[in-house]
Every structure is written in C-alpha cells, then in structure tokens.
Design a binder for this molecule. Sequence first.
Ligand code: SF4
Length: 395
Amino acid sequence: MGRSIYIHIPFCERKCPYCDFYSIADRSQSSAYIEALLQEIEAFAGSEVRFDDMTDLPDTLYIGGGTPSSIPAEDIAKIVNSIRKLFGFGKDAEITIEVNPSSLTQDKALIYKDCGINRVSMGVQSLDDQVLKTLGRLHDSDCARRAIDILKNAGFTNISCDLMSGIPGQTISSAEESARELTELGIKHISCYSLSIEEGTLFEQRYKDNIEDLVPPEEEREMYHRVRALLAAKGLVRYEISNNSVGGYESRHNLNYWAGGNYYAFGAAAAGYLQDMRFTHPASVAAYIEAAKAITPESIKEYFDSKQEKSDLLITTDIMDREEKMKEYPFLALRTSYGMSRKVFLERFNVQIDEFFADAIRKNIDEGLLIEFEDTIRLTDKGFDFADKVIRDFL
Ligand code: SF4
C-alpha cells in the first residue's frame, strides 16, 4: 500500500450552484489559514504519529479543495516545502494540485512546477460554453484551453481533467465532443462525474419543481457509456468507476485510498486514516484556525494513542477493528477495475474471501454483476452501472 498526505484548501473564487463540498468564497482568512496548516503539519511531524511502517516516506501528496489555485501560489509552495522538510518524500513521489481554469496563471503554474508539484488536476467539466454557463462556472471553453496550454508551457505532462455529464441541456454529442477534444489535446487522465442534485445547493432549489429539465437517467447513462467508449478508443481505460487513464497515468494517491492505505490529512474538513482511526477536522475555516493554534505534538500523540473520540482539532469518524476492515475491503476495492484480490484478502485477514463473503459473491456472479478473473473478483461492465447495489450486498 502507498502512503499519502492530503491537504484541503477550502477556498473558491465563487461557490458553484451545484456544489456541496466544504468550500467558501470568502478568502479574507486565507493567510491565517495557511499559517494554521503549517502549524498542524509541524505538530503532526513532531508527534511520532506515522504510517503503519515507521520508516516509510510519503509517496503521494494531494492538494485539493475547494480551489487551491484561488490562493497565492507562494502559499502552496510553502506547504509543499514544509511537507518535504518535515516528512520527506519517497522516490518519484506524486505531488498533485487541483486547479480551476479561471484562477490559473502562467506565474502560478511555474511556481507549482518549481516547488516540485508534478501532477495537475483541473476542473474543466465541459468544453461547451452553454453547458459551462448552466453549471455557473467562471470559465468558458477558451479559458480551459488556455489553461491547458499554460500547464504544458510550464512543463507539466501529467495533467488530469474532470468532466461532468447529465447537465441540463447537455447532449450526448456535446459530452463526447468535450472528451474527444481533451484527448486530442494530449490529456492522459480524465475523471467523469455525473451531476447529482445535492441537498442545500442552489441547484436543488432550481430543479426541485422542474425535474423535467434534468437529463433523464437512461440518457445520462447513455452519455456516460458513450464518453467512456470514446475514451477507451483513445487509450484512456477505466480503472475506477469515475476515472480513466492511459496506462501509467492512474492517480496513485487515489489508488492508495482505494487500497485502504494510510494517509495524513491536514486542513478544515480534511479526512485522514492513521493508526486504525478514520478522522476528520472541523468543517469551518474559523474553527480550524482557532483549534490549530492550540495543538501540540503531545496532544496529537495522545489523541491517537488513547483513541479519543475527539480533540479540539480532530474528530474520530471510525475506529477500524479487524471486522470493519474486512467489510471495508470490498467497499473500496470494488470501485476499481482491478477488483478484490483473493491473495490480498487472505494475507491481510487470514480468511478466504470466498468464504467470508460467500453469499454476496455468488449472488452477484449469478446476476452477471461480478466476474472472476485470475486471482480477483471484479465488477463486470454491467456491474459498474450497479456498483452501489453490489457493494451494499457486502456491507
Ligand atoms: S470550484 Fe469546485 S469546490 Fe469550488 S464551488 Fe465550484 S465545484 Fe465546489
């Protein structure tokens, strides 16, 4: 398993009307937030709370959000440099930043490159101006094309773009065209997400009495399949429900998460997994800044050693015992196209997966949703469409 660090930058230029992630448009506290992040990183580094293997160095760092490119690039460089100094990086570590086309500049891209960031994940969503308008995005398609140029000019070769499907007014050919153009621009990793209407968003208000404006589910599925087929034909193969890439360009950070690996997490609302504890942070910039001021290496060590429910800064969401880890294994592994490995399960838990999950495996194989392939049990193409249902059978 890999060893990862996640950093959450909860600021955006503007709140998108469909988004329910923890992010805010008010960036007035961003400097204080960065100071708090640096304090948290330093306190963790001094705490001796480490990955399962004390000697291991992080091999992925992911700076997500929010929109990390909405704050000064120098602040991002400070964070990367602090991680490098206090934790170090493994050989060929993958260091990713999420950016949006509207806030990316050539100067920022050069600073990212200079501090060691080697992978960029950009929220393109579509290259159709009408669709981008419906989504309330700040960029248009030309701005997205320019941003890809900016990244290439700065020397980035590992660029990922997000695309969305099922947006009101979006046609199948519009979705296909966006995917096609990105592949022609040399993008080697594309994540495809379906629009979902989340509680408490402006989209919920806009569409709750106008559901006829939404793309019907069958059409949305068709859109997803057509885009996926196009990507596969261009050499970007699905390796996880929403992620497609050219071989060798998979997100190592996310693969570690789906493999059940350990990861530190720093920042407001950032969720991590260390010493069998799944934990998160307050989903409030002000509360996070306040709490980070008070933490010490000792208080962090104490939180993990005595498996506390909560400290000022960290909130426990789960303490993973053996049984929970066994049940979590299919939940994470089945998301990927590699599926569940009999060997890995046996090595980790000393039980045969076919015995432990006998009913769920048999039922889903009989229904054509799971398939056995060499040592693994994985979703079929049809199974990917019903992944949530299949996974529920294992819980
Ligand atoms: S830019 Fe991303 S994180 Fe920010 S509001 Fe829009 S969708 Fe949410």
